[in-house]
Write a protein that binds this ligand. Sequence first.
Ligand code: NAD
Ligand code: ZN
Length: 253
Amino acid sequence: MKDMIDQKIASVAQLLLEADYAISLTGAGISTESGIPDFRGRSGIWKEFNPILYGNIETMKRDPSFFWKLAKRIAPTLLKARPNPGHYALAELERMGIIKSIITQNIDGLHQLAGSKIVFEVHGSLHNFTCMKCEANYTREEIIPKIFKEVPKCDKCGGFLKPDVVLFGESLPLDQINYSQVAALEADLMLIAGSALEVIPVNQLPQTVINQGGKLVIINDEPTWLDDHAEIVIHEKTGNILPKIVEELKKLF
Ligand SMILES: NC(=O)c1ccc[n+]([C@@H]2O[C@H](COP(=O)([O-])OP(=O)(O)OC[C@H]3O[C@@H](n4cnc5c(N)ncnc54)[C@H](O)[C@@H]3O)[C@@H](O)[C@H]2O)c1
Ligand SMILES: [Zn+2]
């Protein structure tokens, strides 16, 4: 078993080396080893506050206090999360010139903290907040200390604030989606790490790569519906496998 995984790691390194334009697509799975639970892991947090209800734009408009209850519960976990070896390995692959960009469904900012430079955040980011009434912008540092005491409001107009993340029922940031589609059209290899590939429209991007004649590599600890279309599939932890791919590539350089 171990030998088989080692062989697959060597093959992934070879594919990455041969690729002209490799990109990565990541999901919540790459951040679980940083302590942030994914939705499918049925962690206590999501059982207590179903994100589809508490993280919904309609709920937020009707009564923002529901959203902020969820935010208060998840904020300590998000604030103390640090990048794990999987994030660092992807940043290293970018520095080595191997991958050109990361398309991420995550909102935790851990790719950037690990040193990745070109990151398309298709579901937005938790680093900024916007007033739902006057559009004033606030940083995370300005808002987070307030959320443990009250539902934060805009200093200018008293309106309710919303983090710049895509809530359920909202459309995706067009610029980030466009950049991601262009990257997928260019790509001859997509390294997918830690995503069940069940959220549209991001889960259509691997198909774009295949349609252009490109290849997929999937690293996910459980099977995905695209496994049969991938060149190589490794059902292991991203924090374990991605650094080994970097090590292997360095031997080939
Ligand atoms: N960290 C975050 O920012 C965060 C966390 C939870 C949810 N979300 C949001 O929820 C949505 C969920 O979709 P998704 O597809 O990204 O995640 P998902 O929850 O649908 O799937 C994550 C996948 O990763 C796998 N996984 C978990 N830990 C892993 C590990 N260490 N190594 C390898 N695989 C692992 C799981 O088995 C699952 O198949 C996303 O749109 C995202 O925006 C984001
Ligand atoms: Zn305002």
